[in-house]
Design a protein around this ligand. Structure first.
Ligand SMILES: C[S@@+](CC[C@H](N)C(=O)[O-])C[C@H]1O[C@@H](n2cnc3c(N)ncnc32)[C@H](O)[C@@H]1O
Length: 389
């Protein structure tokens, strides 16, 4: 099959995922990262029941024929059916991770569809932002989007899977949150990507109760924070910025010291005893415990590709966020698949992380926007120096 675009390690196919994915070989990608339709439409119970009944009785590609989703878009009328996730499972290597963005009110349905394909649900990452607007008088202000983290079951033990396929682990060291730094600054200080594979993580396994003063930064959390849109320009946070709100509520701790904990007491090997060395404590508010992205909640204008006639796309994801996610679940040198590529944010993110990437998109305008995006000059960044663009 001729791709719509192919350059260096990026390939983009134009077409329906259910037609394109079957052309990809079994166990040929290391991670699937996608931002699929959320089904932000009216979903009466009967519609959902029909879909579940169809899926459970073998019609794995069933989606209701009626309705339209986000901003009236036909592509958003329902969550992807299990048939799509069946293909994701097949092309993923054993142990390979899948990340799927979902809508806050339809994440249950997305999760069931993913589960029905046989993927293991491993976690749910919450991306928190400050620029959402309530769509009606009786709605809350939207401030988070869940990201489902699933995995193709390993091939035997996890250690054997990592040894055989290179997949199954998370790149903890590549995604640590350095104390007192925002995401862009900390990238330069992260060390050890993929060099030691030990247990559950690419990088050194330091134990569950590792100290917050770990040299390379804090263990990554399943909550990600974005600054508000206007925080970038003036250096101060705007009202409503989740990072500022959190720090205001927690208060700001001044730097200091405490005695080190003695190993070997209590569950997890770290206890309440103390020993000679002292641990230097960092300063800041509670936001320092989470990866913080210095970008507006939805992708800024500079990251939104435009066609010559001015056409843009409404659901573009921020590049730094996508780079962090890509890096978290893809082994070094691996290949990412995004079967609903939109304007190609995942493709650009994977390319900047030095990874191979395959995109599929059925809308020609969106595919053309990807091509515009990918025409930009780029340099592969070691731990995301390019995230500051
Ligand atoms: C939410 S958008 C993705 C936006 C993307 N994250 C970005 O930053 O530009 C979802 C995309 O999936 C595409 N899509 C939905 N279902 C698809 C399918 N079955 N096959 C191929 N593309 C699909 C839609 O055309 C749309 O462009």
């Amino acid at each position: 099959m001729n791709p719509y675009y192919a350059h260096d390690a990026v390939t983009l196919h134009l077409g329906e995922a259910l037609n394109i994915l079957p052309t990809l070989p079994d166990a040929s990608v290391d991670a699937v990262i996608c931002d699929p339709p959320y089904a932000l439409a009216k979903l009466p119970t009967a519609l959902v029941t029909n879909a579940l009944t169809a899926w459970l009785s073998g019609h794995r590609d069933y989606v209701p024929a009626l309705g339209a989703g986000f901003m009236g878009h036909d592509w958003d009328r329902f969550v992807p059916p299990p048939a799509i996730w069946d293909e994701c499972l097949r092309v993923l290597k054993p142990g390979g991770h899948l990340l799927a963005f979902a809508g806050a009110r339809t994440v249950d349905l997305m999760g069931i569809s993913i589960r029905l394909a046989g993927l293991e649900i491993r976690d749910s990452i919450d991306w928190i932002y400050g620029s959402g607007m309530p769509k009606g008088k009786h709605q809350l202000k939207p401030a988070h989007e869940p990201i489902i983290m699933a995995r193709r079951p390993p091939d035997g033990s996890l250690t054997a899977t990592i040894a055989r396929h290179g997949t199954g682990a998370l790149n903890i060291d590549g995604c640590r949150t350095a104390a007192g730094q925002d995401y862009r600054d900390k990238c330069a200080s992260v060390v050890g990507l993929g060099s030691n594979r030990n247990g559950d993580a690419y990088g050194e396994w330091a134990g569950i109760r590792e100290d917050s003063a770990h040299d390379a930064g804090r263990w990554p959390t399943n909550i990600l924070l974005s600054h508000g849109p206007a925080c970038i320009e003036d250096g101060d946070c705007q009202p409503g910025c989740p990072v500022a709100e959190m720090d205001q509520q927690s208060g700001v701790r001044k730097a200091g010291e405490r005695p080190a904990q003695r190993a070997g007491i209590g569950y997890g090997g770290a206890g309440r005893g103390t020993e000679g060395d002292r641990v230097v404590l960092d300063s800041g508010g509670a936001s320092r415990f989470f990866p913080v992205f210095r970008y507006e909640a939805k992708a800024p204008t500079s990251e939104r590709p435009r066609l010559a006639d001015g056409t843009a796309w409404p659901t573009v994801k921020p590049l730094a966020l996508m780079r962090w996610l890509v890096r978290l679940v893809t082994p070094p040198g691996g290949t990412v698949l995004d079967w609903c590529a939109g304007t190609g944010t995942t493709l650009e993110a994977a390319r900047l992380e030095g990874l191979g990437v395959i995109g599929v998109e059925r809308d020609r305008t969106a595919a053309d926007l990807s091509v515009v995006r990918l025409a930009k000059p780029y340099a592969v960044g070691l731990f995301s120096d390019g995230a500051a663009s």
